[in-house]
Design a protein around this ligand. Structure first.
Ligand SMILES: C[S@@+](CC[C@H](N)C(=O)[O-])C[C@H]1O[C@@H](n2cnc3c(N)ncnc32)[C@H](O)[C@@H]1O
Length: 331
C-alpha cells in the first residue's frame, strides 16, 4: 500500500473544490441567458441537426461571413459599412413597408438589425405596439431610441419565437449570409400572426465581368468570390418570391432597387471595399494597384456603375383557414 504524502492529498481536495465551483458557474449562466418578453426560446440550429431541407434548398453552408470572421463587428470599419447600407437603401425599404397596411399596434421583429435604423423607424410607426430588434452582435443598437423597442443579442438560426408572435417581420441583407437560408425563411413565416407580413430584402450581385470598367471587374470578381468562399449566396435573392410563396404565404409581391457604385456622394461601395480590402489582399485576390485604380474611379464624377440589385419581396400569412373560417388573431 502506497501512502500519499499529506501535501498531495491537500492538492487533491483543492482540485475537487475548484471543480464544484465551475459547476455552479455554469448553472448561473444558464439562468441569466436573455429571454425576451416570454417569446424567444431555444431551438436546434438549422444546418446542424434539425435542418428542414426542402426541394428548393440550394445551399446549406455551415460557414457564413459572420462566423468565419470575414464580416463582423470586430472590424473597425463595420459601423461605417452598416451606416452606408442605411444611407443607400433606407428610403427604398421604408417605401416598401409603408405600402403595407401598417397599424400603430403592430408587434414587429427586425432580424439582423445592424445599426438599427429600420428598427427605430418601425418603433415610430407602431407606437402602440412593440419592436424587437435582434442581431448576433448588438453593439451598434441603442435601446434608448424608443420606449417600445427591445434589443436582443442572438443567432436567429439557433433561436426561436412562439408561433404567431409578430404582425410584421423584416430582414435586410441578412439571409444571403445565413446557412440553411430557405429553412430559416420557413421558420420566420411561422412566427407571423395570422394576417401578418414577412418582408425580406436581399442583394442580387450582377456578374462582375459585365461591368464596363476593368478595375471594377477585377475588384468585384474578387469580392464576390470571397463572399462565396465564406458561405454567402449573393444570387439567392432571385428565389425569394417563390420561397415566400412556398412557405405558405399569400399576396406575395416583389420589387427591386438598383444599387449605385460611384456617382460621388451616391456611392455606397467605398466603405464596403475598404472593409474587405485587407482580406482580399491577404488572399491574393486583388493587388494594391487594383484597389488604387478602383479608388481613383470613385473620385471621378463621371464614374457610375450598377453592381447589384436589391430584391425586396413580401408575403402575408393567411388570416383564414382554407375552408374559409377565421383563425384567432389579427386579420
Ligand atoms: C449586412 S448587415 C445588415 C444590417 C441591417 N439589416 C441593414 O440592412 O441595415 C447584416 C446583419 O446581420 C447580422 N447577422 C448575421 N448573421 C446573423 C445571425 N445568424 N443571427 C442574427 N443576426 C445576424 C449581422 O451581425 C449584421 O448586423
Amino acid at each position: 500500500m502506497v501512502l500519499r504524502p499529506a501535501a498531495n492529498r491537500i492538492r487533491i481536495r483543492i482540485r475537487i473544490r475548484i471543480r464544484i465551483r465551475i459547476r455552479i458557474r455554469i448553472r448561473i449562466r444558464i439562468r441569466i441567458r436573455p429571454r425576451p418578453a416570454g417569446q424567444m426560446r431555444s431551438s436546434p440550429c438549422p444546418g446542424h441537426d434539425h435542418e428542414e431541407v426542402t426541394p428548393m434548398a440550394r445551399q446549406s453552408a455551415a460557414t457564413t461571413p459572420y462566423n468565419t470572421g470575414m464580416l463582423g463587428n470586430d472590424s473597425p470599419r463595420e459601423r461605417e459599412r452598416l451606416k452606408s447600407i442605411q444611407t443607400s437603401v433606407d428610403a427604398f425599404t421604408t417605401g416598401v413597408v409603408d405600402g403595407l397596411p401598417i397599424e400603430a399596434s403592430w408587434n414587429c421583429l427586425e432580424l439582423g438589425a445592424g445599426a438599427g435604423s429600420i428598427a427605430y423607424w418601425l418603433a415610430g410607426r407602431c407606437p402602440d405596439g412593440r419592436v424587437v430588434a435582434v442581431d448576433l452582435d448588438t453593439r451598434h443598437l441603442d435601446a434608448g431610441q424608443a420606449a417600445n423597442l427591445e434589443i436582443q443579442e442572438a443567432d436567429i438560426t439557433c433561436e426561436d419565437y412562439a408561433p404567431g408572435s409578430f404582425d410584421l417581420i423584416h430582414a435586410r441583407y441578412l439571409y444571403c449570409h445565413l446557412p440553411a437560408r430557405d429553412a430559416t425563411v420557413e421558420r420566420a413565416a411561422r412566427w407571423l400572426a395570422p394576417g401578418g407580413w414577412l418582408v425580406i430584402e436581399e442583394p442580387y450581385h450582377l456578374p462582375a465581368g459585365t461591368s464596363p470598367f476593368p478595375a471594377v471587374q477585377r475588384v468585384l470578381a474578387a469580392y464576390q468570390r470571397m463572399y462565396r468562399e465564406h458561405g454567402a449566396d449573393m444570387t439567392w435573392a432571385r428565389s425569394l418570391p417563390a420561397r415566400l410563396a412556398r412557405s405558405g404565404l399569400s399576396e406575395v409581391s416583389f420589387t427591386g432597387n438598383l444599387g449605385c457604385m460611384g456617382g460621388l456622394d451616391k456611392d455606397r461601395w467605398r466603405p464596403v471595399i475598404a472593409q474587405a480590402a485587407p482580406a482580399l489582399l491577404a488572399e491574393g485576390l486583388v493587388t494594391e494597384a487594383d484597389l488604387s485604380e478602383f479608388s481613383g474611379l470613385l473620385d471621378d464624377p463621371a464614374f457610375i456603375d450598377i453592381p447589384q440589385v436589391t430584391v425586396s419581396a413580401w408575403g402575408r400569412r393567411p388570416s383564414h383557414l382554407p375552408d374559409g373560417s377565421a383563425r384567432a388573431g389579427r386579420g
